[in-house]
Write a protein that binds this ligand. Sequence first.
Ligand SMILES: CC(C)(COP(=O)(O)OP(=O)(O)OC[C@H]1O[C@@H](n2cnc3c(N)ncnc32)[C@H](O)[C@@H]1OP(=O)(O)O)[C@@H](O)C(=O)NCCC(=O)NCCS
Length: 371
Amino acid sequence: MELRKGLEDIAIKETSITYIDGDLGRLYYRGYSIYDLASFSNFEEVSYLIWYGKLPTQRELADLKSHLAEERNVSEEISTFVSKVAKTANPMDILRTAVSMMGLEDRREEGLVTKAIKITAKIPTIISLIQRTRRDQKFIEPDPSLSHAENFLYMINGEKPDLNFSKTMDVALMLHMDHEMNASTMACLVVASTLSDIYSSVVAGISALKGPLHGGANSEALKQFMEVESPDQVEKYVLNKLSTGHRLMGFGHRIYKTMDPRAKILKDYAREVTEGKPTERLYKVAEKIEEIGIKILGKRGIYPNVDFYSGLVFFSLGFDTDLFPTIFASARVVGWTAHVDEYLLDNKLIRPKAIYVGDLGKKYIPIDERQ
Ligand SMILES: CC(C)(COP(=O)(O)OP(=O)(O)OC[C@H]1O[C@@H](n2cnc3c(N)ncnc32)[C@H](O)[C@@H]1OP(=O)(O)O)[C@@H](O)C(=O)NCCC(=O)NCCS
């Protein structure tokens, strides 16, 4: 039996959702280039594309938009719970528990995508409840006349976002929606393959996304930019970090061996939303870290990934740093649920093997005779 640590290069299913070309740095959702989707589409349309496998007609898009808008409110129990722990608990732990509570309110007769729409619609409300409670700000009711991205920012900042901010948020969410068989999607599938329920799968996805090697890297990347005073300090900072055994956060990827296309797209938005603002210094430092990092690590195929600029974008849009992984989850939930739906069409219980390297045939010694 061959041992593949981290299941590297093992395919666990066929998919028509996402294709990544890691050598050329290309990403496609349902066959459409991420560059085209980021330029011309929006969160709702790409959600439809990922869930249903085709671009929607006007009617289908309007239906999905109103369905998402109708489902934004969370139950009294969930909002009471979130408000109670918002000031003390980790936001990913709160989100995980809130989605688990949604499972308690599950209506069995609904289909998987209908449940996915509900979860997707409610996550921004939970995130805004966390941030606004912590800041002692009044909760903002969702506004059904706003798009998913506009409403998300409105509920966070308490004012309707301008076009530039809402487009940036829309694109950032689209870029995070799916990424083939990453750790959190795999976690969702492991749960789904036992014929458990979609809420449990999403809880598993959030749990896997929480770690700093996955969804937690965006806030770590931003922390780096904050640690450096100016671009001329970057070289020393990077060399010191790498020579002391630390990793450059927001760099490196299991699949991409060149610049992640999502990082390329987000870089432009990061520049735009920081221009002329106090955060412009962070952008300049980030750009320099990118340059020096690529000079040192590029030859080993280690380049900026999606998390390199996303933290700076989310910060500039008004989110607290420790909320970044929850924003990632708010978009990735679309991919998680679509992969579960796809996997269940031809379900096979996920049950890999481990290679046993311990002893066998040991003699059991009663506890009072043990040394
Ligand atoms: C994402 C990540 C876990 C993928 O790594 P992986 O495919 O499992 O590869 P490994 O962790 O085994 O790393 C392979 C080698 O590259 C190096 N490397 C990988 N990412 C690195 C980084 N960001 N900075 C410095 N070195 C890095 C490792 O030190 C290792 O070197 P070694 O072979 O000399 O020990 C890894 O690149 C990483 O930790 N990046 C930082 C966290 C991050 O940005 N995560 C977001 C991912 S979207």
